[in-house]
Design a protein around this ligand. Structure first.
Ligand code: NAD
Ligand code: GLY
Length: 359
């Protein structure tokens, strides 16, 4: 099993990555100083696939386990479901040295992490991510939260997990579209920090799409290492962590103007990465060859790389300015200089953005 340390002083933790490792989580939890009661949040889709295995290993390790399910879907990442989790935890009399396990994708991970961070002023959060997106991104780094009717992920906390337990075998049941959306985030890590990872993605497409265990372990490990390094240096996104948002300034706007129903997050980020690379090329920051390599890789995985013609530039601007990453309406872009290196660009003219969107 691979182990990656996220170095954050007293909030440090390990990410474990392996194949067919789900049954090992119970024993691992006995190494922590936890009370005998544990709770787990999942959704019916993931619980029906993996719930019994996690329940068995946790109970065999000597814990009492309460399982809570919330309906499957981004629309259920809301305050009503957070309250439901609190209700169940209080009825079960979960105490302050208990832990809350998240078994699922980013929706379950975010809402469970939030509940863990606020229940009795904070209990341990154990992340068992089961989508590629959650394994390479959302389960690591401590951003938790839920959606408000006026904006996605608008309410949240920073709360680092106690452990992240990744079983790559769970990817075998993931719909291909979800796998590809997660791969967009892996491509992102290649562009922002690691040309070798980028090249690996160029040369190992078939093995990745067939979920070859060693191959996917490698890309998940590299992604987590990069995220761990960035988060260790800038936990609260006062600077460097913003590089993880490459492709997201435009990507989030695409998601918002299409009502979060047309594109998965990773698909919108794929469009954003291509257009932000084009913007970088327009500004003379990246050369044409590197910008084209980014688009070619995204195309080769069947991810979208162009702005759909029916999306209006004006709507994208309005949305970008309202984004929580914009400060006083000023847009910030993460622009690639070459594969493996990006810069944070705070001043980009509306004309240049508009030109790149319409090119
Ligand atoms: P998701 O959690 O909705 O999961 C996608 C779908 O796959 C769901 O239907 C789910 O039930 C299903 N699923 C999960 N694991 C499965 C498996 N192994 N087999 C079969 N089906 C499975 O979506 P996601 O892409 O994992 O996460 C998206 C969420 O993550 C968004 O809410 C986003 O805001 C959040 N996010 C958070 C961060 C962060 O840093 N906290 C970063 C990126 C995204
Ligand atoms: N997903 C971006 C971050 O965690 O900062």
């Amino acid at each position: 099993m691979e182990k990656i340390r996220v170095d954050l002083a007293e909030r440090s933790y390990n990410i474990y990555i392996g194949s067919d490792t789900l049954d090992g989580i119970g024993d691992r939890l006995t190494l922590f100083d936890l009370s005998p009661k544990i709770a787990m949040v999942s959704n019916p889709t993931v619980f029906s696939l993996y719930g019994d295995r996690v329940t068995d290993t946790v109970r065999k390790a000597g814990f009492d386990l309460l399982t809570i399910t919330i309906p499957d879907g981004e629309e259920f990442k809301d305050l009503i479901r957070v309250e439901h989790i609190y209700d169940e935890l209080l009825r079960y009399k979960l105490d302050r040295s208990s832990a809350l396990i998240a078994l699922g994708g980013g929706v379950i991970g975010d809402i469970t992490g939030f509940a863990a961070s606020t229940y009795m002023r904070g209990i341990s959060s154990i992340q068992i991510p089961t989508t590629l997106l959650a394994q390479v991104d959302s389960s690591v780094g401590g951003k938790t939260g839920f959606n408000h009717k006026l904006g996605k992920n608008m309410i949240g906390t920073f709360w680092q997990p106690g452990i992240v337990w990744i079983d790559t075998e769970t990817l075998k049941t993931l719909p291909e579209r979800e796998l590809l959306a997660g791969l967009a985030e892996v491509i992102k890590y290649g562009v922002i920090h690691d040309e070798e990872l980028f090249r690996f993605l160029e040369h190992n497409r078939d093995k990745i799409l067939n979920i070859d265990s060693d191959t996917v372990t490698h890309i998940i490990k590299r992604s987590c290492e990069i995220k761990a390094e960035v988060v260790s240096k800038d936990e609260r996104e006062s600077g460097l962590r913003a590089i993880l948002n490459y492709g997201h300034t435009i990507g989030h706007a695409v998601e918002t103007v299409t009502g979060y129903t047309r594109f998965l997050h990773g698909e919108a980020v794929a469009i954003g990465m291509c257009l932000e690379a084009r913007l970088s090329e327009l500004l003379g920051i990246i050369d044409k060859e590197h910008a084209q390599r980014i688009k070619a890789l995204i195309d080769s995985y069947g991810l979208p790389s162009e702005m759909p013609e029916d999306i209006k530039t004006g709507d994208l601007f309005s949305s970008m300015k309202l984004d929580k990453k914009a400060v006083a309406g000023a847009l910030k872009f993460i622009l690639p200089e070459k594969i493996g290196k990006v810069r944070i660009q705070k001043e980009v003219s509306e004309k240049d953005i508009s030109d790149s969107l319409q090119a």
